[in-house]
Design a protein around this ligand. Structure first.
Ligand code: NAD
Ligand code: MG
Length: 403
């Protein structure tokens, strides 16, 4: 699908004026990195709304610190607790799905979409429909509902800026020329904590080992996705929707140092890349301040100190999630929606020690077969249909895990 990421400068950020900002998923890894930048640039941002799923104490603390107009907790039954925690402040309080949608639909110059998983789809779409600039961290939105999501972005002429470090790197490496001049987009992958593990060693890895990423500090779900390399598979699908290339133009190279964040290769042989120390505050800062740049507290890149950058081909035999994601991307229809939901369940099952590490991709593959045997293969025609397939997959995945 054609890229719909706006590059217009006329509506871009004037960094001298205060921008209003909503953070969906404020207590998460992306949310707290975003608010770290906001805290260092109080003269540039005014917080509108903050949301979290369950962590009342942290949400209330952030709402107080940033003087949010609205704080929303996803779990409906925590409304009273949040209200009490914010008593005596000017922050309005809401809870549940309606509350999340209300927060997302408030006008703001920028919405950071930092909710984890398909749960972020409806709130992120509410921000898209409001016409807020959306800084998109929540890649599962594009995996579960890519074409529909991008259609809404186009319809509402929303600026969509990628936050995922690879996609931010690609965005920064694209020139404004015709898409025929792009020969490939090359996503880099760290390879995760088990890059050099044998198939036998992979059978015995524990959740604690899988949660320890060598280069990036991230939330639990994406850390497991990085270990299985499903994350890179999800990113292939994300890239297909964000950028004007076909699936055959998307490559992955394993680059263990995570210094080159991704590249665009052009027909004249030029390869343009974005580099930096691995810190999510760089792509977040770019999405917040684009088309300008803002100061971020990031260590300067010292290539002489790093000395060596290395590259290798991904090994789909040891990391079959990559192969599954590519097949799913090519198959289209409802397969990406099912894979995404099945993977969210599989990650939870692995964290609860109910699936082994190598079972994660095979579980997802099995769920695609099972759900399609019942529901067919057709591409969901609306967001409601996406959420229906997502729901059915979760129910079937949970029950197949019990058997
Ligand atoms: P996280 O688990 O640290 O935080 C998730 C946030 O979403 C929390 O604030 C949580 O309260 C909220 N949340 C979770 N489930 C929710 C639900 N059902 N309803 C409402 N809110 C809910 O996750 P993260 O690592 O910050 O990742 C967030 C998103 O950004 C993911 O889609 C991830 O793939 C993407 N991303 C993260 C990183 C990173 O470095 N952490 C990098 C690239 C992309
Ligand atoms: Mg990434």
């Amino acid at each position: 699908m054609e890229a719909d990421i706006s590059r217009e400068t006329s509506v871009g950020c004037d960094i001298s004026a205060k921008k209003t900002l909503t953070v969906l998923g404020a207590t998460g890894s992306i949310g707290t990195s975003t608010l770290d930048l906001v805290g260092r640039n109080r003269d540039k941002f005014q917080v509108v709304a903050l949301t979290a799923n369950r962590n009342v104490a942290e949400l209330a603390e952030l709402a107080r610190r940033f003087d949010a107009r609205l704080a929303v907790i996803g779990e409906e039954n925590l409304f009273g607790e949040l209200k009490e925690a914010l008593a005596g402040t000017d922050t309005a309080v809401a809870a549940g799905e309606q509350g999340l949608l209300e927060a997302a639909a408030l006008p703001a110059d920028i919405t950071m979409a930092g909710i984890m998983g398909a749960a972020g789809l409806k709130p992120t779409l509410a921000a898209v429909r409001q016409g807020n600039r959306v800084a998109l961290a929540n890649k599962e939105c594009l995996v579960a509902a890519g074409a529909l999501f991008m259609r809404e972005v186009g319809h509402y002429k929303t600026q969509l800026l990628p936050v995922d470090s690879e996609h931010s790197a690609v965005f920064q490496s694209l020139d404004n020329g015709p898409s025929e001049q792009i020969s490939k987009i090359i996503l880099t992958a760290s390879g995760g904590p088990f890059r050099s593990f044998s198939a036998e060693q992979l059978r015995h890895v524990t959740p604690a080992q899988a949660l320890k990423h060598p280069n990036w500090s991230m939330g639990r779900k994406i850390s497991i996705d990085s270990a299985t390399m499903m994350n890179k598979g999800l990113e292939l699908i994300e890239a297909l929707h964000l950028f004007p290339v076909g699936p055959e133009q998307l490559d992955i190279v394993v680059h263990p140092q995570s210094i080159i964040h991704s590249m665009v290769s052009y027909v004249d042989g030029s390869v343009v890349a974005q580099l930096g120390v691995p810190d999510m505050r760089t792509p977040i800062a770019y999405a917040l301040s684009w088309p300008q740049r803002m100061v971020a507290p990031i260590e300067q890149l010292d290539l002489a100190k790093i000395a060596g950058l290395s590259f290798e081909s991904p090994d789909e035999a040891r990391f079959p999630a990559l192969k599954l994601a590519r097949e799913t991307l090519l198959a289209g229809g409802n397969a990406p929606t099912i894979m995404n939901a099945a993977n969210e369940v599989a990650v939870d099952l692995f964290l609860g020690e109910k699936l082994t590490f190598p079972e994660i991709p095979s579980f997802c593959e099995g769920m695609i077969e099972q759900v399609q045997a019942r529901e067919g293969h057709e591409c969901p025609g609306s967001v409601e249909e996406v959420l229906e397939i997502d729901h059915i997959t979760r129910i079937m995945a949970q029950s197949s895990a019990i058997v």
